[in-house]
Write a protein that binds this ligand. Structure first.
Ligand SMILES: *Cc1c(COP(=O)(O)O)cnc(C)c1O
Length: 225
């Protein structure tokens, strides 16, 4: 069942990319609320990268699955008091949205590990209730991250407002692509634009996503969160 869903998702990702003449983005399996067993089943089917929203929830699963050599991404809001744990639990933190997190993550990342991969989360629809930085703050944050040897600046991440109107979401993805292009000009190592979820990833791919974050289409609907 999970293997079938994975193959179907990879197929539609490939179709969306080929249809738009784009490279096929990486698939991040969003495993919040899923059990370690479900994650292990998807890993057996060939999925390598998983995204979690909560540091504590991820901690338990990452420990349980430690022998599997999976790649773990934090895609939920990071509180400063969790920076120490997050800096060594995850391979990627996709939600750096304020300067305070930069020295904290860099300072705690173990020197025995590869640098922590970092994405800057952008509040692309200027939603008051949302996390993510103002687009005008990207350049300063990027410079601070790039100056830290324990961090690797990889790109941008966004969660657009869930507009029922898909064209509105597409417009947000297009604005992200513009910001991403600006960033790649200033930072050669930047290669990741993380955007698109189960219900709209073809739009994100059309606008140049290099990584999509998909939960429901892989694991089925979530219960209450
Ligand atoms: C839950 C979540 C997703 C996946 O959403 P689905 O609709 O289940 O595909 C992607 N990104 C973030 C940040 C999420 O919190």
């Amino acid at each position: 069942m999970l293997a079938q869903r994975l193959n179907a998702t990879l197929q539609s990702l490939e179709n969306a990319a080929i249809g738009e003449g784009r490279p096929v983005p990486r698939l991040l399996a969003v495993s919040k609320t899923r059990t370690a067993m479900e994650i292990a089943a998807l890993a057996v089917a060939g999925q390598h990268a998983f995204g979690e929203n909560y540091v504590q929830e991820a901690h338990a699963k990452i420990r349980e699955l430690a022998t599997q050599n999976l790649e773990w991404h934090l895609i939920g809001h990071l509180q400063s008091n969790k920076a120490e744990l997050a800096a060594n639990l995850f391979d990627w933190v996709q939600t750096v949205d304020r300067i305070k997190l930069v020295p904290a993550l860099a300072g705690f990342r173990s020197p025995d590990r590869a640098p922590l991969n970092v994405l800057i989360q952008v509040n692309i629809d200027d939603e008051a209730s949302k996390h993510g930085c103002d687009p005008r703050a990207i350049a300063g944050l990027a410079a601070a991250i790039a100056a830290e040897p324990r961090l690797a600046l990889r790109g941008l991440m966004a969660i657009p407002a869930p507009h029922p109107e898909l064209e509105m979401r597409r417009a947000a993805y297009r604005r992200m692509a513009g910001l991403f292009a600006d960033l790649t000009m200033r930072h050669q190592q930047v290669d990741t634009l993380s955007m698109g979820m189960s219900d709209d990833f073809p739009l994100a791919v059309a606008e140049g996503a290099t990584m999509v974050r998909i939960g429901t289409a892989l694991f089925g609907p979530r219960g209450r969160e």
